[in-house]
Structures are given as structure tokens and as C-alpha cells.
Design a protein around this ligand. Structure first.
Ligand code: COA
Length: 348
């Protein structure tokens, strides 16, 4: 049994905000952001756009590709996606920036809008590792029931709406976007998602969190609220955790033989697709692991950190530009709030 990616898609809001654009609003500079993170710009959703809107667009693009359409015509895209919609059994949407708090899940909103009437739908909260967790969850749900054949896995975020603009060490890092894949259960051998490792270290839960609004810290009647729910982060703690998380995950993925593939060496790997949080984090881990720079796919310069969406956006960019070839061995590695981390080994 194999779990193959048969379609990829992404959706990035057209509004591009450069470091200099931000520097005109808050006390920062292009030089600081680039030198500390490798970020050059990010894309922000319009006020009317929520998480599900980006998730739906990414999903439709992935579904259309699964139906054989990769063109730019919206009507043709939707027609192709509609062919696939009734065949989707599961929708898993990873996000930290859901349309609504708690319920309904953003996945249910996507399910309705894309017409996936037979699909079960749920969200995953695993911070920036959400897509890595989502692939394994979807594969597991496909594996246990012979009647389930296809899953849609989405990472979608509108982080720009949950920033504290007075916290310049955090707000410059994040952007909006979504990526999606269609996963199909097949009888192929040595293809698709071969192995996934998932980890959590909840002792670091306060290093990256949204403190307000939940049952730990609910809003109180009469309380004057001048800062909305926002991402709070201890940058140094997250940095140190992240370098270790990448190193541990890649080492562990390569440590034990993979069924059908044997031992994985750096030479076998076509691409490592890391979560795009900070180019310096990836560099530090890369040096520690002694893996050449060209094995890592990076696009943080354009999009900044789109949390659960960075890996599927990267996969779609690589897929559509022809960088990913059939048979390529791809390692993903994610890390983020929770704290969570993990990675997948995929034969493309
Ligand atoms: N523009 C200009 N200066 C800034 C700034 C910004 N956007 N943000 C912080 N600074 C300043 C600080 O105020 C501080 O100034 P001071 O020395 O005068 O007090 C100085 O830069 C250094 O701040 P510090 O927080 O120590 O920077 P750093 O080298 O640790 O880098 C991060 C900060 C956020 C880039 C880094 O900690 C990081 O990348 N952490 C991981 C974040 C992450 O990836 N999170 C998501 C994980 S999924």
C-alpha cells in the first residue's frame, strides 16, 4: 500500500509587503530583517480574506492537478477540481489561524465550499509542523479503512491578522498563504510517503503561543481589550529549539533503514524541504549536519514564515516548476509551536 501525492496546489495573496514597506510602519529595517532571517518580503491577505479562503484556493489547485489540469484558467480549474471533489474521503487542514475559535473547524468550511460531500473533515493544531502531522494523519486514516482512497491535506494561515505590531521581533517574521496536496492510496511499491517521524515537547509550550482567548485566559466581561489575540514568541528559545529539531529529525529519518529503500544517505536525497521560519536556523542545522546547501529548498525570501503552509507551498512551487522529478527522494522537516517537530520521507 502506498500514499502518493497526485496533486499539489498553493494560494498566496497578491499583496506583497517588502521589508522596506514594514520599515515605513514600524521601527525596523530591511538590513536587520534580511541579516537576521533571510526574509525579503511576505504576502498579506486582504481584510475580507480568512484562512479557509486561502485553503480553498490551494485545495482547488491541488484537486485540478490531480484531475490533470495545471493551467491558469479559473473556470477550467474549477471544472477539473469538481471531478475530483466527490472522490475525497478525508480533509485534514492544519492551521494556527482558523476562521473561528474552536468550532467549526476550518476544514468543514473548506469541505462545503469545494463540494467534497463524502469527506470527513477536521483541523490539526500542531503549529508550523501541522502539515507534516497532517500527511501522517491522512495516510493513517486512509490505511485503516479499505473504502477510503483519497485525502486532501492543507496547510493554511492568515497570520497577518494575529500579529502584535508593537512586537517587532515577531511581527516581521510571518506571512499569509496556503498549500495543499491530494493524497491517494495505491498499490504501488516504494512510492509516496514512506516514513514519518512526529515529536512534541510540550514543556516548551510557552515559547510560542497565543495567550488570550482560550479557557486558560478567557476574555472577561467589562475588560478593556487593546491588544487582540496575537502570536507571542521567545525568539531565542525558539531559535535554539528549532536548530535542534531540524538536526534531530533529519538524523532520525536517515538513521534506520526505510522499507524498500534501505539506508538513506545524503547522496540519495534529492531535496530537503524545511519549514521556512528563518534561513539562519536552516543554515545552522545544515552546518551541524554537514549537508550541502543545494539540497535545501528555500523560498523564505519571498513569503516569510507561513507556518503550516510553508512546506506545501514549497512542494507545489517545486512540482510546478519541474524541480521535483518522479522518483526523487524528498525529506520534509517541520518545527514550531507546541512545541512540535517532525518530518516525512517521500518518494515523489
Ligand atoms: N528590527 C530591528 N531590530 C530588531 C527587530 C526588528 N524587527 N527585532 C528585534 N530587534 C532588535 C532587538 O530589539 C534587539 O535590540 P537591542 O540589542 O538594542 O536590545 C536586537 O535586535 C537583538 O534582538 P534579539 O531578539 O536578541 O535578536 P536575535 O538575534 O535573537 O533574532 C529572531 C531575533 C526573532 C530573528 C530570532 O530569535 C529567531 O529567529 N528566533 C526564531 C523565531 C522563529 O523562527 N519562530 C517561528 C518558529 S516556527
Amino acid at each position: 500500500m502506498a500514499f502518493e501525492i497526485i496533486g499539489t496546489g498553493r494560494a498566496v495573496p497578491p499583496k506583497k509587503v517588502s521589508n522596506n514597506d514594514l520599515a515605513a510602519q514600524i521601527d525596523t529595517s530591511d538590513e536587520w530583517i534580511r541579516s537576521h532571517t533571510g526574509i525579503g518580503s511576505r504576502h498579506y491577505a486582504e481584510d475580507t480574506v480568512a484562512c479557509s479562503d486561502l485553503g480553498i484556493e490551494a485545495a482547488l489547485n491541488a484537486m485540478a492537478m490531480a484531475a490533470g489540469y495545471t493551467g491558469e484558467n479559473p473556470a477550467e480549474r474549477d471544472k477539473a477540481a469538481a471531478e475530483i471533489a466527490p472522490t475525497i474521503d478525508i480533509i485534514i487542514l492544519a492551521t494556527a489561524t482558523a476562521d473561528y475559535y474552536g468550532t467549526p473547524s476550518t476544514a468543514c468550511i473548506v469541505q462545503d465550499k469545494i463540494g467534497a460531500k463524502s469527506a470527513a473533515a477536521m483541523d490539526i493544531t500542531a503549529g508550523c509542523t501541522g502539515f507534516v502531522y497532517g500527511l501522517e494523519t491522512a495516510a493513517g486514516l486512509l490505511a485503516v479503512n479499505p473504502e477510503r482512497k483519497r485525502a486532501l491535506v492543507i496547510g493554511a494561515e492568515v497570520l497577518s491578522k494575529l500579529m502584535n505590531w508593537d512586537d517587532r521581533g515577531t511581527c516581521v517574521l510571518f506571512g499569509d498563504g496556503a498549500g495543499a496536496v491530494v493524497l491517494e492510496k495505491t498499490n504501488a511499491e516504494n512510492k509516496g510517503i514512506l516514513k514519518t517521524l512526529l515529536y512534541a515537547d510540550g514543556s516548551g509550550n510557552e515559547s510560542l503561543l497565543m495567550r488570550r482567548g482560550g479557557t486558560r485566559n478567557p476574555f472577561k466581561k467589562g475588560e478593556v481589550i487593546d491588544t487582540g489575540i496575537c502570536v507571542e514568541m521567545n525568539g531565542q528559545e525558539v531559535y535554539n529549539f528549532a536548530v535542534g529539531a531540524i538536526s534531530t529529525t533529519i538524523t532520525a529519518l536517515m538513521e534506520s533503514p526505510v522499507e524498500g529503500l534501505g539506508n538513506i544517505t545524503v547522496e540519495n536525497i534529492s531535496w530537503i524541504v524545511p519549514h521556512q521560519a528563518n534561513a539562519r536556523i536552516v543554515q545552522a542545522a545544515r552546518r551541524r549536519l554537514r549537508i550541502p546547501e543545494e539540497k535545501f529548498y528555500m523560498n523564505i525570501e519571498e513569503y516569510a514564515n507561513t507556518s503550516s503552509a510553508t512546506i506545501p507551498i514549497a512542494l507545489d512551487e517545486m512540482n510546478r516548476s519541474g524541480k521535483l522529478k518522479k522518483g526523487d527522494l524528498v525529506l520534509t522537516v517541520g518545527f514550531g509551536g507546541g512545541l512540535t517537530y517532525g518530518g516525512n520521507i517521500i518518494i515523489w
